[in-house]
Design a protein around this ligand. Structure first.
Ligand SMILES: [Zn+2]
Ligand SMILES: [Zn+2]
Length: 265
């Protein structure tokens, strides 16, 4: 590892979302000035794949994924694993998803969410790329799906914006999955997820902003942007009683372990 100031990486953001477009260049400049050296902009709809690829191609430090977010599962159901696998061949596509289960924040059809999850699991297994999972209020169903998936063969998994309980955390940790923590760590009433963030083995940790959503304190309820990753790092270091620089180095190694298609830096 180099002696330069260590770099941060936003492991999960949505750089293509409309909220970030009016001042996109300053947003990216602020993030880079805050020490963020890599961004993974996460797909929400396969139909927008070309735009996401164009964004990643335009910026050396931006990478992308391919998949259908559960909130769009009704509008985009049944994209076959074959199609995900073939789109994932692009050199800047480093993961599959985000996909998952969520009946709390969306009324997208449950059967479509489950079918999409199965196709994305298959694509992750065939490509060896990590599956980026969105799971909100579905600990039991998600736990069962992950146990079933592993019974059919190993997959890599990143649980993004982890908000589940101890049981779902332990199902993931026992299978070598990564847990990614967001600005939610700074929200009031989130003691359970803070306790999990404090106890996750260091080599299984990731951080993210999920920009433009989930802005951390002191920007809660404002638009989120990747430069606010600093607040997530600070909170995580505080919770774990760790040094921010040492944690940054660990998180950088973890990012490349979680997303092995990223070029070494
Ligand atoms: Zn999500
Ligand atoms: Zn997201």
């Amino acid at each position: 590892m180099q002696d330069d100031p260590p770099m941060l990486a936003d492991s999960h953001c949505h750089l293509d979302f409309p909220e970030l477009q009016p001042d996109f260049a300053p947003v990216m400049a602020r993030a880079r000035a805050a020490g963020i050296g890599r961004f993974i902009t996460i797909a929400t709809e396969v139909r927008r794949h070309d735009a996401l690829v164009a964004l990643a191609e335009a910026h050396e430090d931006v990478f992308a994924t391919v998949g259908t977010h559960p909130h769009w599962a009704g509008a985009e159901r049944g994209v076959p694993a074959d199609r995900l696998v073939s789109l994932a061949a692009h050199p800047k596509i480093v993961g599959i998803g985000e996909v998952g289960l969520d009946r709390l924040l969306t009324d997208a059809p449950w059967d479509a969410q489950q079918d999409n999850l199965a196709a994305h699991i298959e694509a992750a297994r065939r490509t060896g790329l990590p599956l980026v999972i969105h799971s909100v209020g579905e600990d039991e169903e998600m736990g069962r799906a992950l146990v079933r998936a592993h019974a059919e063969g190993p997959i890599r998994v990143v649980m993004h914006c982890f908000s589940g309980g101890d049981t779902l955390a332990d199902i993931n940790l026992a299978r070598g999955h990564f847990l990614s923590f967001s600005g939610m760590l700074t929200f009031e009433g989130r003691d359970a997820v803070r306790a999990i963030a404090a106890r996750v083995p260091a080599e299984r940790l990731l951080i993210e902003t999920d920009s433009p959503s989930l802005a951390p304190a002191p920007h809660i309820d404002q638009r989120n942007e990747p430069s606010y990753l600093r607040y997530v790092l600070r909170e995580l270091a505080y919770l774990r009683g760790e040094d921010e620089l040492a944690l940054t180095r660990q998180l950088w190694r973890n990012l490349h372990a979680a997303f092995p298609k990223l070029p070494p830096c």
